[in-house]
Design a protein around this ligand. Sequence first.
Ligand code: SF4
Ligand code: SF4
Ligand code: SF4
Length: 345
Amino acid sequence: MIFVLDEISFRNLLHQWLNSYKIFVPEIFDGQKVPNIAILNKEKLERFSLSVFENIRVREPLKAIFSLPKEKVASFGNGEDLEEREKVLLVGAKVCDLRPLAVLKKMYLKEDFVFEEFKERLENTLIISADCPYPQDTCFCNLVGLKPYCEKDIDGVLPDLNLSFVDNKILVEVFTERGEELLKDKIGVRKEEADKEILERRREIRDNAYFTLKKINEKELKEDIKKKVLEGEKDFWDKNLESCVECFGCLYVCPTCFCFLLSDYKVEEHYERIKVWDTCYHPMYARVAGGLNPRAEFYKRGRNRFHCKFSNFYSDYNFYACSGCGRCFSVCMGKIDIRKILLSL
Ligand code: SF4
Ligand code: SF4
Ligand code: SF4
């Protein structure tokens, strides 16, 4: 079902959702082209412009909502239970934010390993995605098999609702029962079923966005890119990664990077297990007991990142562990554009 709402009705919805959820939204500051993630409150809602949902993805990777950069994941010896989770509403997620959730689900919800905190947060979070009518030059979701709008589940991740902004109206598409509940019995919300005309306008806007993306990224990745990334030799990786200063920014900001490190600490009379995000560019990442390190040279670590995202993950799950969000080269001091490397393979 697709409903048409006016701006006042949508604001009334947000207002009422605030009574039950912690709401994350994009927020843009003067002069910025890319929004940041922010927590909405009633005061902020007064001056909140809905046009922010038409921007590209936020700067931060949304994995930080589901797997905190640093967190306690276990406590021994003091009988402490995990804290109760708040109900979260994530409004304005992009398609390039949904694939990363699919990657994290594959990694953290396995038969023989379940990352409990992630599972609980995922269950407690409702997701409202939003179309991208204006892709920017950092965007390349089209090269990794995605489109800048959500029509169905993305690799197994289905948002509860989806927003499309069409000529001052908001089209709200309901994908799940939880999404249906979000719209039920709300005060001051006028919603009509979308007619053929407005759906055609949405189609036009979506096609234009996809066309813009294709113009930004004219050249397609080779079909056998998953094999090509395995073929690059030392010289290729040395040359393409030579401006890297090993700051690890590209990996911390990448929404699909899922590695973490666990350490146990004694705190007074009990022990705590702390999880922190890890990065495979770190020289110590692959070192084993006895000091051997299969990826001691940087080109091997750089190459491993590409193997992981474009070959190994694809072979196991049939989609890339990359969503084309462009965050990695937006933060790169060495100006290394992952697209250029992939296209030159
Ligand atoms: S990469 Fe695609 S989905 Fe992501 S912000 Fe850009 S256009 Fe939108
Ligand atoms: S952000 Fe750039 S400079 Fe930093 S580790 Fe990544 S590739 Fe290297
Ligand atoms: S590798 Fe770069 S473009 Fe791909 S998901 Fe990670 S940050 Fe986004």
